[in-house]
Each structure stands twice: as structure tokens, then as C-alpha cells.
Write a protein that binds this ligand. Sequence first.
Ligand code: OFO
Length: 174
Amino acid sequence: MISEEMANRINVQINREMYSANFYLALAAQAETMSLRGMAAWFFAKHGEELTHAMKMYRYLIDQDTAVRVSEIAAPEAVEESVIAMFEQTLAHEREVTVFIHDLVDLAHSEKDHATSIFLQWFVTEQIEEEATVNDIIGRLRLFGDQGQSLMLIDNELAGVAKQIGQAASAATA
Ligand code: OFO
């Protein structure tokens, strides 16, 4: 059993993960309108990943005999309209999520809640990877350019990455 405070805070984080999913969906839709199919697929794959994050927390609360509260999800912030700005917006969003996850870890430590602390380690690692991936995309866009052939190459590359994310997700749920 976890504390009421922890249950509330994880419920809030479930809502944030659902928000993240919608945020990525909005980015996917924007990329579609720009005919960037690879980026659209990548953002869409991230949408799916965020839903799995919400479901991991959902399952954790159930396993801890704690009520899951399904609540209203805020509309995602307006999406930027240039490629680099979209990824910068993504990085800013992920950095914010990292802070929320670290706050949860701090709470677990302060409550000596070892189970939740261990559970959250996965999310701490995931955030490192997510920030690094987006940082890398921004770096490549800055280095090679966000137009013409370089954009096409990065778009193609992200199509491949999106496929891998999709395969990893189906392997994890199989
Ligand atoms: Fe849920 O991992 Fe990022 O936001």
C-alpha cells in the first residue's frame, strides 16, 4: 500500500502522461500537414509510448490496491510550425516531465517508500533517453539543415526509428 499523497501524485502523473500522448499526437498531425511522413510516424510512435507510460502507472496503482482516478486531460499547447521549433518544443516538454518524475522520486524517498522508488527508476532512465534522443535530432537538424535533402534524409531516418519503436512496443505488450 502506498500513501494517499503518493497515490494522488501518481494519479496526476497518469494524467500528465495522457497529456503527453495528446501533445505528440498534435505534433504528428502537424508533421502530416507538412508532408513529413517520417516525422509524423515518429511523433505518432511517441504518442503510443506515452500511453504505455500512463498504463504502467495505472497498473502500479492497481497492484498497490490503490484507486486510479481518470480525469479530464487538458488540450495540448499549440504546436510550433517549423521543424526545429517542433523538436525544441518537444525537448522543453520532456524536460518538464523529467522534473515531475524527479519530484515523485523525491517524495518516494522522503516517505521511505522503497517500492515506488524502484518503480520510478524506469521512468528516470526513460526520461534520460527521451531527452537525449530529441537533443540528438535537434543537433542533426541544426548541423545538416532543416530543409531540402537533409530534411528528407532525417525524415526518412525517423520513419525507420518509428518502426523500431512500434516493434519494441508490440514486443513489450506481447
Ligand atoms: Fe512519459 O515519457 Fe516522456 O513524456
